[in-house]
Design a protein around this ligand. Structure first.
Ligand code: ZN
Length: 390
């Protein structure tokens, strides 16, 4: 387990290494004789990834931060009747947090854990708090139970290309690669969903749409995102109305062109846009992102505009008969040129938007058993079913 956790903690630099641009940047740095400094940078990133701390946001609402940059963040809400957590991230993080909470808030048990989504890099660690009730959407439970990699793909770029509902070593990507043997607990040379999900506490309290969680005179509003697709299907965001703070998961850091990896977690941009629109109606002063920086409502509005502009540009290009490579070269979205990582990640965003438009199948009646479909000739990313917004 420790190895898996270490790999997840180092996800930020591993993702960079997996991105073509960064690989070529690293390669050119080495040819210029600067391999020492790139090794030093990687070492610094590794050290930063191991930083963990708890900080008050406002009132009795705290933020836990694991690592810098694209690390992980979660919330701790302390009430007179006990504690509410959002996500646990990993067994090691949860064990560390348990010790911290015992020191800072002695005698205050963790009563609830809000599981944002089924991805193991957010959902593992729940077992460290056996007395806590785990709360999430009905869709989270369906995805955890389906064990279908097309319906419930894991985090990261690993794709079940041949449709046999398991990852071979050659289908594994980024952080699944170094941990392949640890996930492959039955040692059959493949990693399947049951192995990926082992240890995740399936939620005890579930809902569809919205739910209010009450504890010790405090409330948390749980908001399920519209759309049921891919790695963000059934995602639950947490709103703390007394504090006017929103906790949002995955792909929503402000003013940053986030890595477009896993084709936006296998969810069409329409679903991301609908989610952002829905969240805007809430009365909040700031949002905390599960990865990276905090934002304001205006930041969220801007992010919705970015995804709309990206989708429109890619659709226009496809209608004009342009290839993916051509679009990667020509789509510029100048209005966002000052966003962090614009230069390094925009092409990957264009590619992901292109893949969503061309490779994904709308499985309107998608239930637990989604038929796995084989990709057509020349297709290097397997098509993934999505529910569509109708
Ligand atoms: Zn995440």
């Amino acid at each position: 387990m420790r190895g898996i956790v270490a790999a997840l903690r180092t996800r930020a630099w591993m993702l960079l290494l997996c991105a073509g641009l960064s690989l070529s940047a690293a390669a050119s740095a080495q040819t210029q004789g600067t391999s020492d400094s790139s090794a030093a940078r990687r070492e610094a990133a590794r050290a930063a990834a191991n930083v963990k701390f708890i900080r008050r946001v406002t009132g009795t609402l705290y933020r836990v931060q694991y690592g810098a940059g694209e690390g992980y963040q979660q919330m701790v809400y302390v009430t007179p009747a006990g504690i509410i957590l959002t996500d646990t991230n990993s067994t090691a993080d949860a064990e560390w947090l348990k010790g911290q909470l015992a020191q800072r808030f002695p005698g205050q048990p963790v009563r609830y854990i809000i599981m944002s989504h089924y991805h193991f890099d957010h959902a593992l660690g729940t077992q460290v708090f056996p007395q806590a009730k785990v709360v999430s959407s009905d869709e989270t439970v369906r995805k955890l139970r389906s064990l279908n990699l097309r319906y419930a793909p894991p985090p990261g770029n690993s794709i079940d290309i041949n449709g046999d509902n398991r990852f071979s070593r050659s289908e594994a990507r980024n952080f699944l690669v170094p941990q392949f043997d640890q996930f492959d607990t039955n040692k059959d040379g493949y990693v399947d969903a049951a192995e990926l999900n082992a240890g995740i506490h399936v939620p005890d309290v579930t809902f569809t749409g919205r739910m209010t969680l009450q504890l010790g005179g405090h409330r948390v509003e749980l908001i399920e995102r519209p759309g049921r697709s891919g790695g963000v299907g059934g995602m639950v965001d947490s709103y703390f109305p007394d504090e006017k703070v929103l906790f949002l998961n995955d792909y929503l850091p402000p003013h940053r062109v986030y890595p477009g990896w896993a084709n936006f977690d296998h969810a069409p941009l329409d679903e991301w846009i609908a989610a952002i629109d829905q969240l805007q109606s809430l009365d909040f002063l700031m949002y905390v992102s599960s990865h990276w920086d905090d934002g304001t409502k205006q930041d969220l509005v801007d992010l919705g505009s970015f995804y709309r502009a990206l989708q429109a540009a890619v659709r226009q290009g496809i209608a004009a008969g342009k290839s993916e490579q051509e679009l990667e070269r020509t789509v510029k979205l100048d209005a966002y040129a000052d966003w962090a990582d614009y230069g390094s990640n925009l092409a990957a965003n264009v590619a992901s938007a292109y893949n969503l438009e061309t490779l994904y199948r709308d499985c309107a009646s998608m239930g637990i058993a989604v038929p796995a479909s084989k990709p057509g000739p020349g297709v290097t990313h397997a098509a993934v079913c999505y529910s569509g917004l109708h």
